[in-house]
Design a protein around this ligand. Sequence first.
Ligand code: MG
Length: 259
Amino acid sequence: MVSPAIALAFLPFLLTLLIRYRHYLALLCRAVLVPWLRDRATGVPREHRAFQYVLAHAVPGDPRHVLHAFDRWCDRREHLSSVGPVKGRIVERLLRERAPWRVLELGTYCGYGTVLLAQALRPGARLYTVAVDPRHVAVAEKVIRLAGFDERTVELVAGPSEEVIPRLRPRHGLAAADFVFMDHGKRCYLRDLRLLEGHGLLATGATIVADNVLFPGAPHFLQYAKTCGKYRCRVHRASLEYCPGIPDGVAELRCLGDG
Ligand code: MG
């Protein structure tokens, strides 16, 4: 049994910890505990709940409105791990600057990043998006179609990225990507970048943009990008999606050679 005097002595320390890490505790509640409890209570997965909200509030065929509905859901209800509006503006600016013809997204999740990328494509450009988790494919497909994009603009490919990447050229006709957006498992970033290199899927001068490189973080990916000599690497600092108190960043890699 801890004496009250000892417990009181630790109180300032505990309060300091709570204040210092309050944003992370709030994230733990909003991203893990509350959705888990609602999953159990309703029997409906969080991604499906989010889609029902978007379906009820977004204007079909209007990608901006679909993204805005997602943002409102995440701000007011539950946290979803998409790129979000703040980092989304960085990604969209980079995409518009590069004006690529062939875009590859790794990590479709609910389709937020897919819609963000697709609405910024130049006419005639094509987006291949890889849904690494089969549980989210149905929601992502409905979100993409709700936003008004058909198979000619967005091709949704389901499967683990390490299996899909080698098939992109022979089965899906992607010769090489000019722009790659990574927003799947952070531990997969480096492996998949090397897979893209190994299969010659990075076009000359291609741009690779990776989300969440500071939180949860992808240190090995960043170290490789900065030291391998194949890329010019820059980190655009921002905050975690829907959590202004948690620093995060988007990495921009520009291929220096032939990929
Ligand atoms: Mg992300």
